[in-house]
Design a protein around this ligand. Structure first.
Ligand SMILES: Cc1cc2nc3c(=O)[nH]c(=O)nc-3n(C[C@H](O)[C@H](O)[C@H](O)COP(=O)(O)OP(=O)(O)OC[C@H]3O[C@@H](n4cnc5c(N)ncnc54)[C@H](O)[C@@H]3O)c2cc1C
Length: 360
């Protein structure tokens, strides 16, 4: 089993390509985007991802691009200080980096060891006992020994090999929109979070532009993934009555060409492989912004490559990696309630907990 196709060059894809190549496989990575992705929301490299990142030699590069947020200042809806929390990133080796930069650093590490096909996607696959025949939108059809779907929460590989998204993707009741602020942060070490029941808006420091996030509860059941005009309207309607810097931020939403918008979702499948097709990262087990998705993507890539190389196989990958992801997925409602409390009472309780326990 030598020729492996990986769909997706986000976080999991390049990490897997690197470790497969180190173990004697020949990886090819197909990525739908033509270049760097938007949605540079900050993500963490910590826990089980740290030994993997150290072994890849990428820690110095990650530190170069890391955000410098060391504390979170919780504000009321009008911008009044409510509590200040210490952030774990910045302690020890843990780093927080914009997702686009993390993907870029992993790509830098993997690019000499794998073939990358950008601006392309798989359109069909057909597997038998010995391999998978893959059709691409642009590249000629090819046969691979193994196909890995590392193409995120809306995975094409999962749809083609396992079935429609609605079978495996469960909305967590929250929506998220992110965009660059368009200017550097006013406070380079402070993550500012203004909370009201059912809504938060944050300004996150980064090396360049600060990063803005809107996370909110909504009863919307349907939206068009590819319609930025609709996304802007949904965010604007959800925040129209709020104070602090929200009116200014909504004006920036109206002007931006770089708004990421999605439902926060949990991905859960009874099995992560079918024949010679395997899922990794958010495609297999998304916990979105409520977990350690990027760290799990890196750790899972290493576990999968090692299991394939040393004969542990897909069963071992699944056993080891599910044990990491399961507790986060089980705790998703609690995490959502902490992040965006639904009611005034829930918000007051969360804020009180933050005041008495700043390491929260
Ligand atoms: C707002 C937000 C905040 C977050 N905050 C955190 C955090 O603080 N900490 C944390 O650890 N995690 C966080 N996450 C989660 C983290 O970003 C993901 O878990 C992580 O990026 C998963 O990596 P992945 O490689 O599986 O998927 P992705 O990073 O989504 O990469 C998937 C790749 O596949 C590509 N692709 C999609 N479809 C196709 C196709 N058909 N063909 C080819 N390529 C395709 C995409 O373009 C993309 O490059 C957050 C997520 C969001 C949305």
């Amino acid at each position: 089993m030598n020729e492996v196709l990986i769909s997706g060059a986000g976080v999991a894809g390049p990490a897997l390509a690197y470790w497969l190549a180190r173990n004697g496989f020949r990886p090819t990575v197909v990525e739908r985007s033509a270049g760097a992705r938007s949605s540079g929301n900050p993500v963490d490299v910590r826990g089980p991802a740290l030994p993997v990142a150290r072994a890849m030699g990428i820690m110095p590069r990650l530190r170069e691009v890391a955000t410098r947020a060391t504390r979170m200042r919780i504000l009321s809806g009008t911008g009044k200080p409510v509590a200040t929390l210490r952030l774990p990133a910045g302690k020890g080796d843990e780093v927080e980096v914009p997702r686009t930069d993390l993907a870029g650093v992993l790509y830098e590490a993997a690019r000499e060891h794998a073939e990358f096909l950008f601006d392309d996607t798989i359109t069909a696959l057909d597997q038998d006992e010995h391999g998978v025949d893959v059709t691409f939108e642009h590249a000629p059809p090819r046969r691979f020994d193994l196909l890995i779907g590392a193409d995120g929460v809306h995975s094409t590989v999962r749809r083609l090999a396992f079935g429609p998204e609605r079978k495996f993707v469960r909305p967590a009741g929250l929506f998220v929109a992110t965009m660059p602020l368009g200017e550097p942060p006013e406070h380079p070490h402070d993550l500012l979070v203004s909370s009201t029941p059912g809504r938060l808006v944050s300004i996150h420091p980064s090396r360049g532009d600060a990063l803005v996030a809107f996370v909110f509860r909504s009863s919307i059941v349907d939206f068009d993934h590819r319609n930025p005009v609709q996304h802007k309207q949904i965010v604007t309607d959800a925040y129209a009555d709020l104070g602090w810097r929200v009116p200014e931020l909504l004006a920036r939403v109206a002007d931006t060409t770089d708004l990421y918008f999605d439902a926060v979702s949990v991905v859960d499948l009874p099995s992560w492989s079918t024949g010679r097709v395997v899922l990794l990262g958010d495609a297999a087990s998304c916990v979105s912004l409520l977990g350690d998705g990027s760290s799990f993507a890196i750790a899972g890539a290493h576990t999968l490559a090692t299991a394939l190389a040393d004969g542990g196989g897909l069963a071992r990958y699944e056993t080891v990696h599910r044990a990491r992801v399961r507790p986060k997925q089980r705790g998703i409602n609690r995490s959502a309630a902490m992040l965006v409390p639904k009611t005034r009472l829930g918000l007051a309780t969360r804020n009180l907990a933050a005041r008495v326990w700043p390491g929260l």
